[in-house]
Design a protein around this ligand. Structure first.
Ligand code: NAP
Length: 272
C-alpha cells in the first residue's frame, strides 16, 4: 500500500482522506490516505519525515500553502505563478509541488454550467484562495474581473500582480450595474463568521447572475441564500474541493481517472 496524506493545522476537519480513499477503493488502486497535523514551526521537520518514510504524495492546506515551497525540490510554473502549492508528489525521493486549486475551481464552474469565458466577474476577497482563481480566470478569458477586499491595498497588489503575470487589467472598484458571476473568496459566512455576508449591496446580482461561494460548510451561506432569493444560480465550494482532489489524485498516482469520478465522489461521499 502506498501512502498519501494531507498536512495542515488544524486539519482534522478535512474531507480529503474520505474522498481519496473512496477513489482508490473504487478503482482498486493501492493507496491509503490519512491526516498529518503539522504545526507551523514543525513544517520542515515534518516534510523531512514524510520524505524519509517514502510518502507517495501529500496535499497541503492552511497555513502551509506558501511556506511549503521552501522545502520542495521543484515547483510547477503554474504553482510558482500562483504563489502557492496544494499538492506535493514524491518522484524518486524528490518532492515536486503543484497547485490544483484554480483549475479545480474552474472545472467546478463548468460542471455547474457556469461559463466564466467572456463573463463579467466580481471577486470578493484577495487572500490566498483568491489569487490563483483571479489569475486563472484572467488566463481563461473573462471579459472583466473586479476584486473587492476589506484591505484595499491587498486587492490593488493582486491587480498589479495579475497585470504583471497575465497582462489583464483587474479592477478594484465596481463599475457595472450587473455582474455575470460573483465569487466569494473571503471567510465571511463560515466558522466564527457564520451568518455574515461579504456583500451588503446586492443590486449587481439578478436572475442572470451566478453566485459562487468557496465556502462549503455551511452548505448555503447567507450570501448564497440571499442570491437565491434574487433568482441567481448558486453554487458552494464543494465542487472546487472535489475537482482539485481529482486533479491531485492524477498527479499522485499517474492514473488518469475521468472527470466523471467527481460525480461519484459527490454522490457516494457527500450524498449530493
Ligand atoms: P485568507 O488568505 O485568510 O483570506 C481571507 C480573505 O477574507 C481576505 O480577503 C480577508 O480580507 C477576508 N476577510 C476575512 N475576515 C473578514 C472580515 N471580517 N470582513 C471582511 N473581509 C474579511 O483565506 P483563503 O485561504 O483565501 O480562504 C478564503 C476562503 O476560501 C475560506 O473560506 C476557505 O475556506 C475557502 N476555500 C475553499 C476551498 C475549497 O476547496 N472550496 C479552497 C480554498 C479556500 P483582508 O485581506 O482584509 O484580511
Amino acid at each position: 500500500m502506498k501512502k498519501l496524506t494531507i498536512i495542515g493545522y488544524p486539519v482534522s476537519h478535512s474531507f480529503s482522506p474520505v474522498m481519496h480513499n473512496f477513489i482508490s477503493q473504487s478503482i482498486g488502486a493501492p493507496y491509503s490516505y490519512d491526516i498529518t497535523e503539522v504545526a507551523p514551526e514543525k513544517l520542515g521537520e515534518a516534510v523531512e519525515k514524510l520524505k524519509a518514510e517514502g510518502i507517495a504524495g501529500f496535499n497541503v492546506t492552511a497555513p502551509h500553502k506558501i511556506e511549503i515551497m521552501k522545502y520542495l525540490d521543484g515547483i510547477s510554473k503554474q504553482a510558482q505563478r500562483y504563489g502557492a502549492v496544494n499538492t506535493v508528489v514524491n518522484k524518486d525521493g524528490k518532492l515536486f509541488g503543484y497547485n490544483t486549486d484554480a483549475d479545480g475551481f474552474y472545472m467546478s464552474l463548468m460542471h455547474k454550467g457556469i461559463n466564466p469565458v467572456m463573463a463579467h466577474i466580481l471577486v470578493l476577497g484577495a487572500g490566498g484562495a483568491a489569487q490563483p482563481v483571479v489569475l486563472n480566470l484572467a488566463e481563461k478569458g473573462a471579459a472583466s474581473l473586479t476584486v473587492l477586499n476589506r484591505t484595499k491595498e491587498k486587492a490593488e497588489a493582486l491587480a498589479s500582480y495579475a497585470a504583471e503575470c497575465t497582462g489583464f487589467e483587474v479592477k478594484t472598484e465596481m463599475d457595472r450595474e450587473h455582474y455575470d458571476i460573483v465569487i466569494n473568496c473571503t471567510t465571511l459566512g463560515m466558522g466564527k463568521n457564520k451568518g455574515m455576508s461579504p456583500m451588503y449591496d446586492l443590486s449587481v446580482i439578478d436572475k442572470n447572475s451566478a453566485v459562487v461561494d468557496m465556502i462549503y460548510n455551511p452548505e448555503k451561506t447567507v450570501l448564497l441564500q440571499e442570491a437565491e432569493k434574487l433568482g441567481a444560480r448558486v453554487a458552494n465550494g464543494l465542487g472546487m474541493l472535489v475537482f482539485q482532489g481529482i486533479l491531485a489524485y492524477r498527479l499522485f498516482t499517474g492514473i488518469d481517472i475521468p472527470d466523471s469520478m467527481a460525480e461519484d465522489v459527490l454522490k457516494e461521499v457527500f450524498g449530493k
